[in-house]
Design a binder for this molecule. Structure first.
Ligand SMILES: Cc1cc2nc3c(=O)[nH]c(=O)nc-3n(C[C@H](O)[C@H](O)[C@H](O)COP(=O)(O)OP(=O)(O)OC[C@H]3O[C@@H](n4cnc5c(N)ncnc54)[C@H](O)[C@@H]3O)c2cc1C
Ligand code: FES
Length: 258
């Protein structure tokens, strides 16, 4: 795996693509090291927000040396990023985390399941996977984003909590409504969604890989601020813990207790 580097990236463009959702294109040499499901840590410039904010890689263009990040404004850090304009610079650390095991999906029927701000990392994954892809996306309402980009790489099914587009409910309701079947699941989204996927995959005996989110401080494995409970003890520390920023964020569902 490529060594993590802190670099200064140049903002190529930024636009708002949905309510509080921003689409940021950065020019950076980190693009060549990116693997689907990995993330970068973006440094705010304001003094009250010193820690970098983890944001998933939505797309990487190796030839052009560009990374695309799609994020929701949640607080001070992301609010500051949303003011960036073409020509500005941002310090980023990356690439971080393990990413999805793309090879596990080769030639198989795959569900890519994303909820809310868990959707962005699935775009680079959808491009990379060589399998029969069904892309199941869950949103709050009709304010969709990235669904048209996803449609280039697989069959897209949408669910909205208020029923304004697609299936009413969440990504699990899509599976039931369309009687869909898969051999492998790769998912990213809020914890209740990941728990429901884990329960379903265990019952149906489907292999599943889930990307976990936790608040992060260092982003590189040093502070233990991002640990999750694991089923096996860690060979190095002898405890039931894994650091989401380094051993994750993607885990085989049986490895973690969620
Ligand atoms: C591996 C990883 C990948 C991520 N990828 C994306 C992405 O592609 N797009 C995106 O929009 N967001 C992503 N996030 C979440 C993003 O990092 C947080 O929303 C961001 O750090 C918030 O920073 P802030 O300064 O704007 O908000 P803060 O002021 O720090 O917090 C505002 C609110 O957001 C909550 N929050 C902060 N961090 C997280 C978190 N990690 N998970 C859940 N809630 C949080 C806080 O509890 C608080 O309620 C990712 C997180 C991780 C760990
Ligand atoms: S954020 Fe510091 S160990 Fe993961």
């Amino acid at each position: 795996m490529a060594r993590k580097k802190k670099v200064t990236a140049k903002v190529i463009s930024q636009k708002q693509i949905a309510e509080q959702i921003f689409d940021l294109l950065l020019e950076t040499r980190l693009a060549k090291d990116a693997h689907p499901g990995q993330f970068v840590a973006v440094y705010p410039k304001g003094e009250s927000t010193l820690l970098p904010r983890p944001i998933s890689i939505c797309e990487a263009d190796v030839d052009k040396g560009m990374l695309r990040l799609v994020y929701r404004v949640a607080g001070k850090g992301t609010a500051e990023f949303s003011t960036c304009k073409a020509g500005d610079t941002l310090d980023i650390l990356g690439v971080l985390g393990n990413g999805f095991p793309v090879d596990k999906a080769k030639g198989k029927r795959v569900f890519l399941m994303g909820g809310g701000i868990g959707i962005p990392p699935l775009l680079e994954l959808a491009k990379a996977i060589d399998g029969r892809k069904k892309i199941l996306l869950g949103y709050r309402n009709k304010d969709l984003f990235l669904e048209e980009d996803m449609a280039k790489y697989g069959d897209v099914y949408v669910a909205t909590e208020d029923g304004s587009v697609g299936t009413k409910g969440n990504v699990m309701d899509i599976i039931r409504a369309h009687a869909l079947k898969a051999d492998v699941i790769m998912a990213c989204g809020p914890m209740p969604m990941l728990r429901a996927i884990k329960e379903y995959a265990e019952k149906e005996k489907i292999e599943a890989y889930i990307s976990l989110e936790e608040r992060m401080a260092c982003g590189v494995g040093a502070c233990l601020g991002c640990v999750c409970k694991t089923t096996q003890v860690d060979a190095h520390s002898h405890v039931h813990n894994a650091r989401i920023c380094t051993e994750g964020p993607v885990f085989e569902m049986g490895e973690v207790m969620i």
